[in-house]
Structure formats: structure tokens, C-alpha cells
Design a protein around this ligand. Structure first.
Ligand SMILES: [Zn+2]
Length: 75
């Protein structure tokens, strides 16, 4: 069991990443659960693409990126 849980957003929002403190597309939210029970949510922080994947690697969790292929892009 892990007290951290990475949640992937379907529609990333453009705001400040709470890890690297840069304003970027936020793809992930890390939910921090109560260490003893691992059921109650204690807090959360928003993570950009890079930080989210990095953090997922650290805690050994696979993240599924919901990138849409085709359609319009922000580039
Ligand atoms: Zn970041």
C-alpha cells in the first residue's frame, strides 16, 4: 500500500506546479492519504507532466496518460 496516489487529469489545466513551481500544464494530482489508514485524504498537490511522471517513478506507480491523438493541439 502506498499513501500517495497519482491521479491523471483528462483535461490538463494551466497553472503552477507545486513541485517545480513553474506555471505549466498540470497533468497530475498527487493525493496524500492518511499514513495509518491509507483511506482518508489528507491533502493533495498539483504536478506538471515531468514532476508527475518523476513522482510516479519514485513511488513506483504507473501513470496512464490520456493524451488524445489527432484533434487539435496546443502547439
Ligand atoms: Zn513540475
Amino acid at each position: 500500500m502506498n499513501a500517495f496516489k497519482i491521479v491523471t487529469f483528462q483535461n490538463p489545466s494551466y497553472k503552477k506546479c507545486e513541485s517545480c513551481e513553474r506555471v505549466k500544464d498540470i497533468f497530475y494530482r498527487c493525493e496524500m492519504l492518511d499514513a495509518k489508514t491509507q483511506t482518508m485524504l489528507c491533502g493533495s498537490f498539483d504536478l506538471c507532466n515531468i514532476c508527475g511522471e518523476n513522482f510516479a517513478d519514485i513511488i513506483g506507480q504507473k501513470v496512464v496518460k490520456e493524451r488524445k491523438v489527432g484533434g487539435f493541439s496546443f502547439d
